[in-house]
Design a protein. Structure first.
Ligand code: HEC
Length: 192
């Protein structure tokens, strides 16, 4: 099934994790991970996205130390992988890999496709933990690429529409990428 949310966003599992695996996991996995930074544990990694001691600031690759360090030249002692390791063959990210990582951060550094919890803009519409699940009518949505999905309408969010799948996960989708019929439906449901 073609899911609407997979249309454009960079996917962590499919695109980012393989890059980190190839270029960073050697030193950043397991209990002895360098600098205490474990990238293989999704939980540990998730704690460093936003929060008190962030490696990644969702939406801002220019301020995220992970993308900053990965982009530094070998002449800089703060670069990752560290320059001495590069001399022993540890390869830095290629420009294309770094661009993808930066784009993923710009898009909110989500670890799962359509994971609304990591998206600051979606926070106001995310139900509080333990809140009774909202009973909402499911609608059929389609996009300009011919994909379709059953989801309930949550809110209009600027140029995006926030939808919720049957399993309760929420995601934002650009209104402009919906079919004309689905755009009209979103506007009607938003009372516009
Ligand atoms: C050859 C081993 C090695 C490789 C490969 C490596 N690192 Fe590191 N990394 C280290 C060491 C050692 C430290 C701790 C010392 C430091 O911060 O300079 C560290 C620390 C870091 C930190 C700081 C952690 C913190 O909590 O402040 C970040 C961010 C980081 N690495 C990112 C990366 C990224 C991204 C890659 C892949 C492109 C990578 N590293 C690959 C050895 C490595």
């Amino acid at each position: 099934m073609v899911l609407l949310s997979s249309a454009e966003a960079v996917d962590y599992q499919e695109e980012i994790r393989p890059i980190l695996n190839k270029k960073c996991f050697k030193c950043h996995t397991g209990p002895k991970a360098k600098g205490g930074l474990r990238m293989d544990s999704l939980d540990d990694f998730a704690k460093r996205i936003g929060g008190d001691d962030p490696l990644i600031i969702p939406g801002d690759p220019g301020k995220s130390i992970l993308s900053i360090k990965a982009g530094l030249p070998a002449s800089d002692g703060e670069a990752m992988p560290p320059p001495p390791a590069r001399e022993r063959g540890a390869e830095p990210m290629t420009a294309a890999e770094l661009t993808l990582v930066r784009q993923w951060i710009t898009e909110g550094a989500k670890l799962e496709p359509g994971d609304a919890s990591a998206t600051p803009t979606a926070a106001p519409t995310t139900p509080a933990p333990g809140a009774a699940p909202m009973v909402a009518e499911l609608h059929d949505w389609s996009n300009t690429g011919g994909g379709s999905l059953k989801a309930s309408f949550v809110a209009m969010n600027g140029a995006n529409v926030t939808l919720r799948r049957e399993d309760g996960t929420q995601f934002d989708y650009p209104l402009a990428n919906l079919s004309a019929g689905s755009q009209a439906l979103a506007k009607k449901l938003a009372g516009q």
